[in-house]
Ligand binder design. Structure first.
Ligand code: SAH
Length: 386
């Protein structure tokens, strides 16, 4: 409770003292993206020495299979040449490097690919520049900067970093959750605390799970989340795919149907940390609401499939055969590393089930590799969350 304030705590405390509590989404956006103190601006969070490890950092197999998925989509789209290969939130650039190696198996596809990275952190851009030094890369702050052309989009653990709004259940409805100052004033030692708007939020602004009548009886204190930024970006990708042709693959941890629950979490050095104590020092994420993304995608006029479990998707793309090929020439140590990486990526107790995969394409009739026709995401729930 008596942790010293960091730079961002002071800035936020001043802002709250002068203009009132801020929304959870504003807080998350500042903690991750503040130009001076934001989490992704200050350090490289990946790997054993960092705060978390992502699938491409676990094994090259992940990026290679996604690269093969891209070649497959490119062929199915009629070999558009050139085409944009766009990755959102590329981290260290590892996924793109592994994908491009796999694209070489279809030389015309590799030759047609123009690599564009959507990354708003100068620090992460620098890291990507090092990993991809041999490749022509164009960076953008947002997908609005991409050229109008057929495009294949990849996003792994990008959407979980986008800000979420939260709403807390009370007897009279759902109140927007806010970040304010602990009672005791705005002097030194002030801490940030969760609070809520005094009046309930209009129903139109609530996520689908809160509009569901059955949830009107949710226990006091229950929380629902929605990520307007995620829905907006998913819709923008879908509009581009509808008008320019293309495909997209979104991989993240999250839930496939609207749900009640507080998934906001802070992680520092591979352990859970306080959400409010050291903004900018810990990674902040929320689980992705895939049904809300699917809703925005369909509204934008594109087709989508899933979300299906990551383990299922990677198995269908042949990850077990790929692991066997790699182990056939490996030392005993390498063999055991490959086997444990495989288990981490597809095991039910690891990333296989919690992580999910959603694909976007122009037409519902043509499921992309790894998806079955029956997995086309129809209107599974009726709501107007946009
Ligand atoms: N895809 C990578 C890293 C995921 S971490 C991997 O699988 O390893 C999230 C990445 O998204 C980081 O590179 C971060 O800087 C970037 N990012 C977060 N919010 C962003 C935003 N609003 N716009 C663009 N990039 C963002």
């Amino acid at each position: 409770m008596s942790a010293p304030r960091n730079g961002l705590t002071s800035l936020l405390a001043q802002r709250i003292a002068s203009s009132g509590p801020i929304s959870v989404a504003d807080y998350m956006a500042e903690a991750l993206g503040h130009p001076e103190f934001g989490y992704y601006r200050g350090k490289d969070p990946f790997g054993a020495a960092g705060d978390f490890t992502t699938a491409p950092e676990i094994s090259q197999m992940f990026g290679e299979l996604i690269g093969l998925w891209c070649t497959n989509s490119w062929l199915a789209l009629g070999k558009p040449t050139p085409f944009t290969l766009a990755e959102l939130g590329p981290g260290r650039g590892t996924l793109m490097a592994d994908m491009l190696r796999a694209l070489e198996t279809v030389p015309a596809c590799r030759a047609a690919a123009r690599v564009h990275l959507i990354e708003n952190s100068p620090r992460m851009r620098e890291r990507q520049r090092q990993t991809l030094s041999a490749i022509d890369v164009i960076w953008h702050d947002s997908i609005g900067g991409l050229p109008m052309a057929p495009a294949i989009f990849i996003a792994n653990e990008f959407f979980d970093a986008l800000p979420v709004e939260q709403f807390v259940r009370h007897g009279d409805g759902w109140h927007r959750r806010l970040v304010g100052l602990a009672p005791g004033g705005s002097g030194s030692g002030t801490e940030l605390v969760f609070t809520q708007a005094p009046t309930p939020c209009p129903t139109d602004d609530l996520p689908a799970a809160a509009k569901n009548l059955a949830n009107a009886a949710a226990e006091a204190g229950a929380i629902v989340e929605t990520s307007p930024a995620s829905r907006q970006i998913a819709g923008e990708i879908a509009r581009r795919i509808r008008s320019q042709s293309g495909a997209a693959l979104i991989v993240d941890y999250g839930y496939a149907a609207p749900a009640i629950g507080d998934s906001l979490q802070a992680v520092h050095r591979h352990a859970y940390a306080s959400l409010l104590e050291h903004p900018g020092d810990a990674d902040l994420t929320a689980h992705v609401d895939f049904s809300a993304l699917a809703h925005s995608i369909r509204q934008a006029g594109a087709a989508c499939w899933g979300a299906i479990p990551q383990g299922e998707f990677l198995r269908r793309l042949g990850i077990e055969a790929r692991a066997e090929t790699l182990t056939s020439t490996a030392t005993p140590q390498q063999k055991s590393d490959i086997e444990s990486a495989l288990e981490r990526l597809i095991g039910d107790a690891q990333m296989g089930t919690l992580f999910k995969v959603l694909a976007i394409g122009p037409r519902a009739a043509d499921p992309p590799a790894g998806f079955l026709p029956a997995e086309a995401n129809e209107e599974t729930y009726k709501s107007s969350c946009d």
